[in-house]
Design a protein around this ligand. Structure first.
Ligand code: SF4
Ligand code: SF4
Length: 234
């Protein structure tokens, strides 16, 4: 309990835009259940890099995507080190890693977005991206699992996408189905991950070996309002 505030402040100092604590004890696999606290961290992407995406990923976006993932991994490493120094168990979930244990190669060890919604960071948009009030989907996520006791943040249980269909219309792969997220909904109900992945590897091979796109992130009005506001203030 005593380190909750201190850790949040430490993470902000490391450049993390949003930090939340979520209870995950009821949804973790048996082998990880003792690490019931999920620390969700969100790194804010560059608005300019996202805004320069038009009909496909840019070289800058691919580099930015990889650099932010690397930064998240480094921040998670520092966090684990600190938690262990304080006497707790802690485990980082890789910022971007696909594992293939059951024939489904589009998921990691534990979903960052589940931790993020439990920790009050945002909701899952129709695009399948985590959407925040402040920066829309212009964030990337990391998760640390720990047995440290904390005051949990209020989980987000409802989508705020409403009637918006910007990402549905913008997706060149027709991969976004248009449904509203709720906790527990299967990812495939929101997005056809295979169609998305196949589109990227077919059309964007020349940028980032076909592993990024960014069009749905760019199209989201929740994120667009941020750059409009920033442009106005200059
Ligand atoms: S990343 Fe691109 S292809 Fe995939 S869902 Fe988003 S817009 Fe569609
Ligand atoms: S573009 Fe609209 S529907 Fe898609 S994630 Fe953003 S707010 Fe939700």
């Amino acid at each position: 309990m005593k380190y909750g505030k201190k850790l949040k402040s430490m993470l902000k100092d490391l450049g993390i835009a949003k930090v939340g604590y979520g209870y995950l004890g009821d949804i973790l696999p048996e082998s990880l259940k003792h690490l019931k606290t999920g620390i969700s961290i969100a790194f804010r992407l560059s608005d300019q890099v996202i805004d320069d995406i038009h009909d496909g990923p840019t070289y800058s976006y691919f580099h930015h995507y990889r650099t932010v993932n690397f930064r998240l991994d480094q921040v998670m490493l520092s966090t684990v080190s600190k938690l262990q120094e304080w006497g707790y168990l802690a485990m980082p979930i890789a910022a971007s890693q696909s594992i293939n244990t059951d024939g489904n190669r589009y998921r990691g060890i534990f979903p960052h977005k589940t931790a993020a919604t439990r920790a009050g960071i945002g909701w899952v948009g129709k695009s399948g991206c985590l959407v925040t009030d402040e920066y829309g989907p212009r964030v990337r996520l990391g998760t640390i699992l720990t047995n440290m006791e904390v005051d949990y943040d209020k989980p987000i249980k409802e989508s705020k996408c409403g009637k918006c269909t910007s990402c549905v219309k913008a997706c060149p792969a027709l991969a976004i189905r248009g449904g509203l997220w709720y906790p527990g909904i299967a990812r495939k109900e929101l997005v056809d991950a295979r169609a998305c992945s196949e589109h990227m590897s077919t059309y964007y091979k020349h940028v980032g070996r076909g592993s990024v796109c960014g069009i749905c992130i760019k199209s989201c009005p929740q994120g667009n309002k941020v750059i409009k506001k920033a442009a106005k203030e200059v």
